[in-house]
Design a binder for this molecule. Sequence first.
Ligand code: PLP
Length: 483
Amino acid sequence: MTIEQDALQLSGDEMRTLGYRMVDMLIGHVEGLHDAPIGRKAGRGELEALLREPVPDAPGDPVALLERLDRDVLSNMLHVDHPRFFSFVPGPNNFVSVIADALTAGFNSFAGTWFAGSGPAQIELVVVEWLRGICGLPETAGGLFVSGGSMANLTALAVARKAVLADRIDGAVAYTSDQTHSSVKRALRVLGFAADQVRVLPCDDDFHLPLEALGQAVAADRAAGLTPFCIIANAGTTNTGAVDPLPALSRLCKAQGMWLHADGAYGAPAVLSDAGRPLLDGMGAVDSLSLDPHKWLFQPYETGCVLVRDRTLLRDTFQVMPEYLRDTQGGSEEVNFGNYGVQLTRSFRAVKLWMSLQTFGLDAFRAAIGRGIALAELAEAELRAGAPEWEVVTPARLGVVTFRYRAAGMADDQVDLFQSRMVEEMMTDGYALATSTVLKGRPALRLCTINPRTRDDEIRETVRRLAAMGAALAATWPPAPAP
Ligand SMILES: *Cc1c(COP(=O)(O)O)cnc(C)c1O
């Protein structure tokens, strides 16, 4: 295949060859996942040798490049969509959304203004409205699609800063627990809050934001002449799936004139399942909510979403109208999503969720989310019925279970080291991957089971292999010091 020297253009036949090859590659990937290892992490030296080169002046063959990508790049990563990838938060996307993503790139749909992208804006209005209803926020609420949970948190907290503080942050204080995602800390930092303006309260025994300590902190700050302005709650923590007491937090915020933001980037979609709904009680009472459809709504990266109870506040916070966008102003019924957040040029993210919801229907999403919750319960049951060395640290909750392997007579510091070695063993084995986290200062292994394509036997085999690895490691413990 040759590329015309005078244009960045392929012929129709060349586009078809390349496009069909890409589709075959994608389908091969999806269909081969159960039989493939979870992926690999290459060393920097190995990748430098494979990929470091000067930028080419001359054309190359894009079909050959696809093969090279497949062999040298896409194989050197962990497959977050793999049914036995239980680390961090898996990314079990669906093929319909993948095609939607390819389409938006192909049409280069501009979703920043109504003038340039009225159709995309209308779809975004519709899908945001669906999510609003699903999450139980009132009709005054609205929002927009963003790159992910981090940007959703940043966007929501910028609205809180404007709405509660009129952007005057001196003496303002935000409250959250030590289980809150790091992106919240980063968002507050980006928004200008110094570290001492953020109270990070130690969570209670169940990993929740402790109400009593929170009330005391707010009162103490007020007595000291400071301005408590915002509580950031978790609607499902990444660590353990814990949901902070949203109804009580909402009452506290109302009484104190504070903003309640809930980070639902991990857990919010669980409201769609019978098992998750009661746990997320009160989610509709928040002032703003972060969602991450690229996690538990099965979308490709980058699909995040933020909802704000009073949607007019989004425009109050972000709208700026420069002279070169005059023609886009339009009537009030013309929504310019570029004025609702940080990004002006933005891709048509909403279509991914729109196409997959239209294709599969919401019932399929409900079932898929319910399955993720049940898989963690199965894993917990397997651990409890399995080797006596297993210690369940937090029970299955919103698709997350945490645990550790404690060989008889092993000292605490050794137990901690042991869990990290278990992760290394899993990476070497390649069958499944759980990673570790730290809970109350102690390392624990963690399975996040939101991939609905995971089979029951894969959960059982994962726990069985983990136990075998634990026994083998314990037999040769402590490990020989590195040479
Ligand atoms: C993943 C996650 C985030 C960050 O979202 P990104 O999409 O990675 O930017 C924020 N909060 C929680 C609870 C998360 O699980």
